[in-house]
Ligand binder design. Structure first.
Ligand code: ZN
Length: 295
């Protein structure tokens, strides 16, 4: 290579390095490995692909051993902008719990999906972080039931009883309650979510929690007869948390409403902003919209 050519070459190389370096991707980590939902390996792959499709994220996965506390499970949470939890299992090692809490206190992001809110019923900080949870021994000591009444008011109900329940799976309407939040901005007032478990009777500290959307758990469908929180945000010191109780089956996670909520929620948890457009195939009130998952 003569001098001129090599100069051109190095300029082109440095330019391309500069361009890619000017917009570094956000780093996301999905944690999984134990779950009473046997489809967790597939839902992890689905969520990984959904995040990658935004072109905003590089995605890693950290998986625990299949049962019991995995003493070797020590992800470096602080090197990520967002952690997505698809984990419902044995306690993490104490050191890992501490580093997770400190990651969030210092401004980390978290996305909680479906049965991840069943995890760690006795871990105080985790329950503060996720706002509301179910099962895992949760009861009135975990915090109030939180829901919307028919008049559109948020109710915090401290009556006794278990946390977490659902009737048989069915498609249901998700109602936007906060149309100005970056995650829900531009979503329809109501949209039909594909067949899923409609979690009701969730309870927890629910501090610094915003309910962005609810779904009516009708008694005819075996539900609570309340408008249950479906999309939530929580702030935990400097940390931002997005929580969706949806996502039971692979079909539930093929719903474009689920996909877009996850993508937008993950971006908001990472940066506090959402730059993505609402997809044109977003469900409407009358019609479920799905994207069949292909690897
Ligand atoms: Zn489920």
């Amino acid at each position: 290579m003569n001098f001129k050519l090599s100069l051109v070459f190095s300029v082109v190389v440095s330019l391309s390095v500069l361009t890619s370096a000017s917009e570094p991707k956000l780093k996301a980590l999905i944690v999984d490995g134990q779950n009473n939902h046997g489809n967790w390996p597939q839902t992890t792959q689905m969520m990984k692909k959904y995040l990658q499709e935004t072109e905003l994220f590089n995605v890693d996965v950290a998986t625990t051993k299949g049962s019991g506390t995995d003493e070797s499970f020590k992800p470096d949470f602080k090197s990520y902008q967002v952690v997505v939890t698809n984990y419902n299992g044995a306690p993490w090692p104490e050191q890992t719990q501490k580093s997770f809490v400190s990651y969030l206190k210092n401004g980390g992001g978290l996305v909680v999906v479906h049965a991840a809110n069943n995890s760690f019923g006795n871990w105080k900080e985790y329950n503060e972080i996720i706002g509301l949870g179910g099962w895992g021994g949760r009861n009135e000591k975990s915090g109030p039931y939180v829901y919307y009444n028919d008049q559109g008011k948020v109710v915090r109900d401290s009556s006794k009883g278990r946390g977490g329940h659902h009737g048989p799976q069915h498609p249901f309407a998700v109602v936007t309650r906060d149309a100005e939040h970056p995650i829900t901005k531009g979503m329809p007032k109501s949209w039909l979510h594909e067949k899923d478990e409609l979690y009701d009777y969730l309870r927890g500290p629910a501090n610094n929690m915003k309910i962005l959307a609810t779904a009516y758990a009708s008694k005819e469908k075996g539900g609570s007869g309340r408008h249950e929180p479906m999309l939530m945000t929580i702030t935990y010191e400097k940390g931002r948390i997005f929580h969706t109780p949806m996502g039971h089956g692979n079909y539930s996670q093929e719903c474009v409403g689920f996909i877009a909520s996850l993508q937008r929620g993950a971006e908001w948890a990472s940066t506090g902003k959402v730059t993505q457009k609402i997809p044109t195939d977003f469900p409407t009130l009358d019609k479920v919209s799905k994207r069949l998952f292909k690897k």
